[in-house]
Design a protein around this ligand. Sequence first.
Ligand code: IMP
Length: 443
Amino acid sequence: MTVTIVGSQLGDEGKGALVDLWGGNADIVVRYQGGDNAGHTVVEGGEEYKLSLVPSGAVRGKVGILGNGCVVNPRTLFDELDTLRERGLDPDVRVARRAHVIMPYHRVLDGIEEEAKSDDDLEAGTTGRGIGPTYEDKVGRRGIRVGDLLDPDVLRDRLEYVVPQKRAIVEDVFGLEAGEEFDIDALHEEFAAVGRRLAEENMTVNAGDFLGNELDDGSNLLFEGAQGTSIDIDHGIYPYVTSSNPTAGGASTGTGVGPTVVGQGEVVGIVKAYLSRVGTGPLPTELDGADEDLADYIREKGGEFGTVTGRPRRIGWLDVPMLRHAARVSGFTGIAVNHLDVLAGLDEVKVGDAYELDGERLETMPATTERWAECEPILKSFDPWPEVDWAAVADDGYDALPDGAQTYLDYVSDEVGAPIYAVGVGPDRAETIELADPFERTA
Ligand code: IMP
């Protein structure tokens, strides 16, 4: 059986805490999209681990798979694995042979293109990890896959085709100098060695086949989505998006496990009790202007600074049309609401209940980002809830939550049409109220 964890907003909803909570019942934790643009902090045995590519379950002794929908930077992969091993862990991570490889030139091109786009305010504020250029090459059928690294001749053929094109883009289109990241021999030497290490450590798999066999044997799979629905390449606020599908459909295409199998399982949307955003683009419920002090307060209290880049995140009220959109796209069977404690003690709590666009009320997001930017949020106010001893509340359960907080949660659950499986009331793993374990529900 499978449980798929999906970000409902703009990423950084605190998915890691739920992957931790429910990963205990999983045999295998699988990432299905993205690459080292996804930062997560895992606390285990009092130790803190910062990861951006390795699935967090690998810290807890689970098999971690990077599915074919991922883009893999081998430098990051080996750095993270080496660091975990130096700290005494023995992570078991396998990489799909069909996954694409982030090459050094992809990172360079990511930076060049963002810079070029900034003149027209079109830059996405990427993490600079080369994610977009790698997916471009995948779709353009000129990418390099993990499986290609295992055969030095195939690798050379691929490099000889693609690298001169990349060099020409840098030099002829952008008028810049192409550095060592565009040197075929140097790339071949480094990446053939990557292939040898992957083979020696038996780290590559035919992921769909492997996962299918595991399912046949009764294993539980946890699909760990990175980023969030509103930065999905298809369903997000294009062009201010990442280049993959964080939504639940990605769990199928990005792993080789059929949609009917994923759909028989649980799909849990992770919601942050307010909005945060690291990138550029519009944000109708943003707390800006006169509300900047409130945004600063929430940012500090919620620790809203990018895990990968350290950038301060923009802050807004919960955007409910965004959640309705997310619930439909992924078919949520349940939700988890995080960071509820961060909103405690405010004078008033608001949400964007709907939008007003051209004098009409809209319950969900328009399809273009330009129209989204024209949406005025129709705000709804909630009675505030006080600061309480959140650790005690986490111990005592849902009924111990302040009344105002319960009203807020009931509203969110009704609007997305899915029950609440968990509520996060603090950063520690134990500060999560669990109402249901999705693996128990599918059992
Ligand atoms: P990229 O994924 O680095 O190409 O960045 C594209 C957009 O996605 C930018 O707006 C990033 O800030 C955003 N993004 C990428 N990864 C994350 C994440 O893990 N959390 C939140 N935003 C992200």
